[in-house]
Structures are given as structure tokens and as C-alpha cells.
Design a protein around this ligand. Structure first.
Ligand code: GLA
Ligand code: ZN
Length: 677
């Protein structure tokens, strides 16, 4: 099963009318009419309402909410309501509360607060999902199921310890295998009984927080276990929904680049991906492009839902900037350009109390429709209405893949040495940004993805190498493709043990290099790198990690300029089969990363239509009938003019565009060009 069946891009979002009087609902729906809101996400935090006591279920209020939404002909994304447990549950069963990294058993409070291993939580959350599904399964307005909310965090309680030991038994079978994987001879850690194994926390293997561990293998497995334990919670609820409702797709809202949960391990269990986009600041266009590409890549390029975004501001940050006029629209279209088949907000009406009362909403506390934010939402609603089904199910025709790997992310960031300053997301962002600036469509995919359809595969900071990946990367190069990897790749196996061979381990053949030494320095230390030769030569800056490369067949593309390794390779290119393996041995600045990436792209003729126009993003989607859609998204603050490189119709204005004609995009302008119509 894949995405919900809708006739256009669903538009709406989280709606919590249980928080205000029913008289207001009428007003809400008239405002929804004005904004063309056609989908409401209901019941996300309703557990205390729908199950006020262990043996009492009460759906009367939710019934009225759903009846109202149905009568108003809105689609419903219906939540099971298990994102926060009710007070009576924590009181009766303290085991449902989590134990934190410091070993403190929490008491009732907040949300996203349940121990994933608690049998009581598992039983009661599943039962609630079952009852909600049974009650509303027949309602055709329900187009999607929303399980839990933003799964995340971790628990270190005794139930999780027991769950971890079971998980380890399944993974390793014997203690001998586990001891070997964890390298327990080091520091006298040989386990002789499964019950000796403790979750890695501040009380056991860690100091200075979750990233400082004495045993990377143990911590890595606990991260995997936690992700799997929460996946089990999701699957429990999904199975309960399925008993009553076999055909409506089920999702849960992901959080983009969220470290604690390995979304790739969840992929096959979701019918479609949805995610909540709360960028850290208003200059995050490139980062959001990456996150959308990552979310689309989770289920093999299938479109996703943008489940939440704020129409104006968030409330949870120290400072919460307001989205400037046009920005919400631009970012919504950016999501669609990267594969979103729904545009939804958190939230449709603002809460009156508690910690999100200042969070942005389509409808504010005063209930007005004449605010700037409401007007912008309504204008976008009208645009999406006019667009109709044109983008639904459309795929991104990427010939470039960027591999994203939670195991590598974890392994790199829990490692002692070479450097604590190298952050996985920063490295990945720099390489994705180079593609984004060049206007290239890219799939951000798991290391297990089928690579046979790509000409270029980038694997930045691929610290941990597992499975048959190396053979598949070699196959890309052998048939004429390009594979690029960077410093700190190919260092450890799936248990986080070093390879007993030259760095970069099993990537060495493809890269045609060997690394014997590396130098990690503070951010103030710059080693200039000279890239290219002759007239094309450029000098850029490199920081943080400098690997010393000994070519084993690779050509030198760039060299360090200072220190005792001045003149030695910093960037190399190895002929491999009909293609190449590129290696970047240091943290090049963005100019350097872009220079290298453009060399690779140029070889495959993959630069986008406007690679040298700053802030102008382009993205392509191909509709199920083969129609190509070109999205032009202008993130700059001055108007920009370019020449149309294809002809078609701008779906937002209906205007015909001829190839070669000038195109003018205002500040935050958007164009959706349907080719050839
Ligand atoms: C998350 C949650 C919502 C809400 C918003 C606020 O995405 O899922 O319940 O708290 O954040 O930004
Ligand atoms: Zn627990």
C-alpha cells in the first residue's frame, strides 16, 4: 500500500478542537472554507480523553469531532493518540515512565514519555489503537492513519535492559559472538552471562554524555535497539489498525535528520512517509532540500506528506523568528518540488494554554481571517486547489545518489578520535549543498538502495561499512559511473571495529589510495588546498581533519599547501573500470566541495539549467503519465531573471512559456513549469 488516495494535494493540518468549546468549531470550519483547507489531522494527543480510566473508553467527544469533520467533507488523518500517556496510567503503572540517561526514573509529565519496552504501555497503546480503528474504520473521510507522534528519545530502565538483552540474543546468538563483536577483551569486559549486560548510560559506559562511550559497539547496538523498540511500538499499533481497517494507509510523522531513530530501518513498515519540517532558521533552504530528499528516499522515491510545518513561527526555541511574507509559500512549494504530496500545518488553530500557546497557527487566538498569515495560507490553498492532481505521484528522475547512513552517523559521532568536531550532518550537508547549488536532482538513500540507476554516487563521511555495499559501489564505477567518498569513510565494520587493512578499508581498491596517518586540528587551523591545474587551478581552505594520502594508482586532483605534508594529495581520482573513484581526504570549505562535485557532475553532463544563478533552486518531478514538471524556487531577496530552457505552462499562473524567453522571478518567487503543454 502506498499514499492515501486524494484528488489534489491535501491542505490542512493538526486540529485539536477538543481544546475549545464546540461553538468555536463552526467558526473554525468557515475559516477552513476560506483557506480551502481540506484535511484535518485529529486526535494526536487524545489518550486521556478517549480512555479516561483503564477500563473506561469514551469516544463521545472524538465522535462529535469526527462527525463534524465528515459532515464538512474534510479528509481526516486520524491519530491513535498514543504520543502522550495519561496521568492515571503513570500512577497505576510507574513502569510506563521512562528512565533517563542519568538513571532517573521519571514520573508523570510531558509527552513522548513512554518506555517502549513496557508491556503495560505496549498492551494499552495497542488496545487503544485497535478501538480507535474499529470505531472509525468504516468512515470514508478517514484517508490516513497517524500512529503515535514523533517517535524518539530513549529509555534506560530495567525493562529496556531486558529488552536489550533479548535483542542481543537474537542478533548474536551466543555470548562468544557478542564478546567478539564488542571487543570486550579490552578493559576486562568479557561477558559470561547475558544478565551482566547493562544499557550504556551515564551510570555504565558513558562519561560527558551520550556521545562519550568506552565501548562504541555497545552504544551502537543500544541505539539500534532503541530505534527497533520504538518501531515495535509503531508496528503493534499498525497491526491493531489493520485488524479493522485493511485499506487505509498508515504513517507516523518523522523528523527529518533526527539522529535517534534510523528511519531506514522503519521504511518497509510505513505505508507512506510523512515528516515535520521545522528548520533551525530562515536561511535553511539547502538544508530543507536535503531533508526532503532524505524523506523521499526512505521509501524508494515514493512521494511523502509534509505532515507539519508552522505557518509563521515555532515556540520551542529560545528565539522564534517569524516567517517573512512569501516564505511559507516558497517553502511549501519547495516541499512539493522535492516530493511532498500533502502540505499540512501544525496547527490549524492555536492552543490557548500550555507551552505551545505562542506557536504559530493558521487561526490565531482572536479567530481572524484578515491577518497576513491567514491570507497567505488562504492564497496557498487557492493555488493548490488550482493545481489539482498535477503533481500527485510524481517522481524525481535523479541520476545522482547521496548515501545517508544512520549507523555511520552514530559511529562517527560516538567515536573517540580522530575528531569530535566533525559532525556527520555538516559533511553530508556540504556535499548535498554542492549538488543543490548546481541544480541537480538527487536521491538521498540508504546504503542498501539499488544503485544501478545512478551515474554518480556520493558517500560523504561513510564511517561504517556494512553488507555488500562496496561491491555495489565498485559496480557503479566499473560501468562508467563516479563514486565519491571523503575523509573518515571506510573506517569500521558494522560492529565498529577497525578493518585490519589500510584506510579506507574495503573502499581502498575503488579509491586507489592508502592512508597511513591523519592529523586532526582545531577549527582555527587552515591548510590551503590547491585544486586542479593550469588555468583552472583554485585554492580553497580545508579544516578539521587532514588525511595523508598515499596514491596506489589514483591521480592527484588537489594538494595540501602547508605543514610537513605540503604538496601531498588532498583530493584524488582513481580510474576504475570505465569510471572513477574520487576521494576527498579533508574538510574542504564549501567552495572546494562544490568545485570537486562539479568536476564529477560535468563528466556526466549533469549540471542543472541554472548552476551559476545563486539562490535559484530547480527541481524536477515526472508525473505518472510522463509529464515533466520543473520547479523554480527563488530563495534570494532580489528579483532574478533567467532564460527559459524549456517551453511549457506555468501551472500557477496559466501563462505559456516559450523556450529561450526571459523568465523573471520576484523575491521568493515560485514557478511550476509543466513541460510541453
Ligand atoms: C511537533 C509536534 C507537534 C507540535 C509541534 C510544534 O512537530 O508533532 O505536536 O508540538 O512540534 O512545533
Ligand atoms: Zn524503558
Amino acid at each position: 500500500m502506498s499514499l492515501p488516495i486524494t484528488g489534489k494535494v491535501p491542505f490542512g493540518g493538526d486540529y485539536n478542537p477538543e481544546q475549545w468549546p464546540e461553538e468555536t468549531w463552526q467558526q473554525d470550519y468557515r475559516l477552513f472554507d476560506a483557506a480551502r483547507i481540506d484535511l484535518v489531522t485529529l486526535g494526536v494527543f487524545d489518550w486521556a480523553l478517549t480512555q479516561p480510566a483503564e477500563d473506561v473508553y469514551d469516544f463521545s467527544l472524538l465522535d462529535r469531532i469526527i462527525e463534524r469533520a465528515t459532515a464538512e467533507r474534510r479528509g481526516i488523518c486520524l491519530a491513535t493518540g498514543t504520543g502522550a500517556h495519561p496521568p492515571w496510567l503513570a500512577k497505576a503503572y510507574p513502569q510506563v515512565c521512562r528512565t533517563d540517561f542519568e538513571g532517573r526514573r521519571h514520573r508523570f509529565g510531558q509527552r513522548h514519555n513512554s518506555c517502549p519496552s513496557s508491556p503495560v504501555f505496549r498492551r494499552l497503546s495497542t488496545e487503544l489503537a485497535r478501538r480507535v480503528a474499529r470505531r472509525y474504520a468504516g468512515n470514508p473521510a478517514v484517508v490516513a492513519w497517524h500512529v503515535g507522534n514523533e517517535y524518539g528519545g530513549a529509555c534506560y530502565c530495567d525493562l529496556c535492559a531486558a529488552g536489550f538483552r533479548d535483542w542481543l540474543r537474537r542478533r548474536y546468538g551466543t555470548l562468544d559472538a557478542l564478546n567478539a563483536a564488542w571487543y570486550t577483551t579490552f578493559w576486562s569486559h568479557t561477558f559470561t552471562d547475558w544478565d551482566e549486560i547493562e544499557p550504556p548510560s551515564a551510570l555504565t559506559e558513558h562519561w560527558r554524555g551520550p556521545d562519550h562511550t568506552a565501548f562504541q559497539g555497545i552504544t551502537l547496538d543500544y541505539l539500534r535497539f532503541t530505534s527497533d523498540a520504538m518501531l515495535t511500538n509503531f508496528r503493534d499499533e499498525k497491526a491493531a489498525i489493520r485488524e479493522a481497517c485493511p485499506d487505509v494507509p498508515v504513517t507516523t510523522n518523522f523528523m527529518g535528520m533526527y539522529r535517534p531513530i534510523d528511519y531506514h530501518r522503519w521504511a518497509e513498515h510505513l505505508d507512506f512517509v510523512s515528516w515535520d519540517n521545522y528548520p533551525p532558521d530562515d536561511t535553511s533552504a539547502a538544508r530543507m532540500a536535503l531533508t526532503h530528499d532524505l524523506m523521499r528516499g526512505i521509501k524508494d522515491g515514493q512521494p511523502f506528506w509534509l505532515m507539519e510545518q508552522t505557518p509563521s513561527y515555532t515556540a520551542s526555541r529560545d528565539v522564534n523568528p517569524l516567517k517573512r511574507p512569501g516564505l511559507m509559500r516558497l517553502w511549501s512549494w519547495q516541499a512539493v518540488a522535492h516530493g511532498a504530496d500533502a502540505v499540512l500545518f501544525f496547527q490549524l488553530r492555536a492552543s490557548r494554554g500550555a507551552c505551545e500557546k505562542y506557536h504559530g497557527a493558521v487561526i490565531g487566538h482572536a479567530g481572524r481571517s484578515d491577518t497576513r498569515v491567514f491570507r497567505e495560507v488562504a492564497a496557498l490553498g487557492a493555488e493548490l486547489d488550482a493545481l489539482g492532481p498535477a503533481t500527485l505521484g510524481a517522481r524525481t528522475p535523479a541520476r545522482v545518489a547521496l548515501l545517508f547512513d544512520w549507523d555511520s552517523w552514530w559511529a562517527l559521532e560516538i567515536s573517540d578520535g580522530p575528531s569530535r568536531l566533525v559532525r556527520y550532518q555538516q559533511v553530508v550537508l556540504a556535499y548535498h549543498r554542492a549538488l543543490w547549488d548546481a541544480g541537480v536532482d538527487v536521491d538521498v538513500v540508504a546504503v542498501t538502495a539499488d544503485l544501478s540507476r545512478y551515474d554518480v554516487v556520493l558517500t560523504p563521511a561513510l564511517h561504517l561499512i556494512k553488507g555488500d555495499l562496496v561491491g555495489r559501489l565498485e559496480a557503479v564505477a566499473a560501468r562508467g559511473g563516479s563514486v565519491l567518498t571523503t575523509y573518515l569513510s571506510g573506517r569500521v565494520d558494522e560492529n565498529d571495529n577497525a578493518f585490519l587493512m589500510d584506510v579506507p578499508g574495503p573502499l581502498g581498491q575503488l579509491m586507489g589510495i592508502r592512508i597511513d596517518e591523519w592529523d586532526a586540528r582545531g577549527p582555527e587551523v587552515v591548510n590551503p588546498v590547491r585544486l586542479g591545474s593550469g588555468a583552472d587551478q583554485v585554492e580553497v581552505e580545508a579544516r578539521l581533519v587532514f588525511e595523508l594520502v598515499v596514491p596506489q594508482g589514483a591521480e592527484v586532483v588537489g594538494t595540501y599547501r602547508s605543514d610537513f605534508y605540503a604538496g601531498t594529495p588532498a583530493v584524488t581520482r582513481n580510474p576504475y573500470g570505465n569510471g572513477h573513484g574520487w576521494y576527498v581526504a579533508t574538510g574542504l570549505d564549501q567552495t572546494g566541495v562544490s568545485w570537486v562535485v562539479r568536476q564529477v557532475l560535468a563528466r556526466h553532463d549533469l549540471l542543472g539549467p541554472y548552476p551559476d544563478v545563486p539562490d535559484l533552486e530547480t527541481a524536477v518531478r515526472v508525473a505518472p503519465d510522463g509529464t515533466r514538471l520543473l520547479f523554480l524556487l527563488h530563495h534570494g531577496s532580489e528579483p532574478v531573471e533567467v532564460t527559459a530552457h524549456i517551453g511549457g505552462v506555468d501551472l500557477l499562473t496559466g501563462n505559456r512559456v516559450e523556450a529561450g524567453q526571459p523568465l523573471r522571478l520576484p523575491e521568493r518567487g515560485v514557478m511550476v513549469l509543466q513541460e510541453g503543454r
